[in-house]
Design a protein around this ligand. Structure first.
Ligand code: SF4
Ligand code: SF4
Length: 343
């Protein structure tokens, strides 16, 4: 009898890979804990989280909790299949995923109607300014401030050594490299550090924003990393961090994935950046569903369970499982099943 594949790899093989993006800059541990729990129980294959050690530890503990609830999840018809792989991101240069908004509230006029606060999808702005742990750098507040008081602050570069130690300990299973057209030199420098360790990875993902020359760039990158000793996922980052804005945001990632598919570049193709409830419908309408190995959902996945998450009190879990946990898991399940059950 042949060896059975680990469930996330099997999901990639069968075009059922579901990744939850918590966010490379998102560090709100309470929300991360709840998001991890509901999407794991719903059947996520991979959790993409900040490389912050506190975040990684929180997620690891939550995965143990999810395992203890597996039986109940199955009884309710959810698709939990074991622990998802834990992925963290590294960037080879400045990147929108690795930034936070910042402003000095003392400079704000008293009569400002505070459009920044209203537009923030995650309530990361209050009268004190930006709540750093909550901000994931979507940039929406920056463009609405009438006085242009809000700036984007790049986050300190993550040291690959820190991540490599976490891989050696088995705490994380996957790395995603964020690169972009024109970064050949920076990518090569980062890859030289990762290469000696990459055989320990369950999967390597490469994320690149949409660009007219993106396919040629990815082909060049592939020449640099081949031959690989782990599976490879291409993340077609269409319109970053926008899936909760409206259904049309999904078009860019699908068109990008279609071009990548036509290029025959080896590796699994996974959508991201603008994905939402419309993504699967659009894939099916274009006849592309089975050419796409996976979908990653970030801001949309968060937005649909947002209000329920704030009512989940995990500290009381040992006494009684809060009803809101299963309500949120049901919402997450519908998104996960929409993709997994249409392959
Ligand atoms: S709108 Fe986006 S960038 Fe601004 S504070 Fe909120 S999460 Fe951060
Ligand atoms: S929109 Fe600009 S001026 Fe108004 S509260 Fe926000 S940061 Fe201050």
């Amino acid at each position: 009898m042949g060896a059975t594949l680990e469930h996330p790899l099997e999901s990639l093989e069968t075009s059922k890979w579901f990744k939850l993006i918590c966010g490379a800059s998102f560090q709100d541990l309470e929300v991360i804990r709840s998001l991890t729990l509901v999407y794991t129980l719903a059947g996520a294959d991979c959790l993409d989280v900040s490389a912050d050690p506190a975040v990684i530890e929180t997620v690891r503990q939550t995965l143990e909790l999810a395992e203890s609830l597996a039986e109940q999840a199955w009884q309710r018809g959810y698709l939990y299949s074991g622990k998802p792989w834990l992925m963290v991101s590294l960037n080879d240069g400045e990147d929108v995923h690795f930034r936070k908004a910042n402003f000095n509230p003392q400079n704000c006029p008293d009569d400002c109607e505070r459009p920044c606060e209203k537009i923030c999808p995650i309530d990361a702005i209050n009268t004190q300014g930006v709540i750093k742990d909550k901000c994931y750098g979507c940039g929406r507040c920056i463009v609405v401030c009438p006085l242009e008081l809000i700036e984007a602050q790049p986050q300190p570069a993550i040291k690959p050594d820190l991540i490599l130690k976490q891989i050696e300990k088995g705490y994380i299973q996957a790395i995603e490299i964020h690169t972009q057209v024109g970064h050949q030199v920076q990518f090569a420098q980062l890859w030289d550090k990762i290469r000696p360790h990459h055989n320990r990875l369950k999967v390597l993902a490469i994320s690149c924003p949409e660009h007219p020359e993106a396919i040629a760039y990815l082909q060049e990158i592939y020449q640099k990393i081949a031959p690989l000793q782990c599976p490879l996922v291409w993340q077609t980052d269409g319109r970053p961090m926008s899936g909760d804005i409206g259904k049309g945001t999904t078009h860019a990632t699908i068109a990008y994935a279609q071009r990548l598919g036509e290029s025959k570049l080896p590796g699994y193709i996974q959508l991201a950046g603008g994905t939402n409830s419309y993504t699967v419908e659009k894939l099916k309408a274009l006849g592309l569903r089975n050419q796409i190995s996976g979908v990653a959902y970030g801001s949309y996945a968060r937005s649909i369970v947002g209000k329920l998450l704030t009512t989940i009190d995990l500290s009381s879990m040992n006494k009684k499982i809060p009803k809101s946990l299963w309500q949120a898991t049901q919402v997450a399940h519908e998104l996960v099943a929409q993709f997994k059950q249409t392959a």
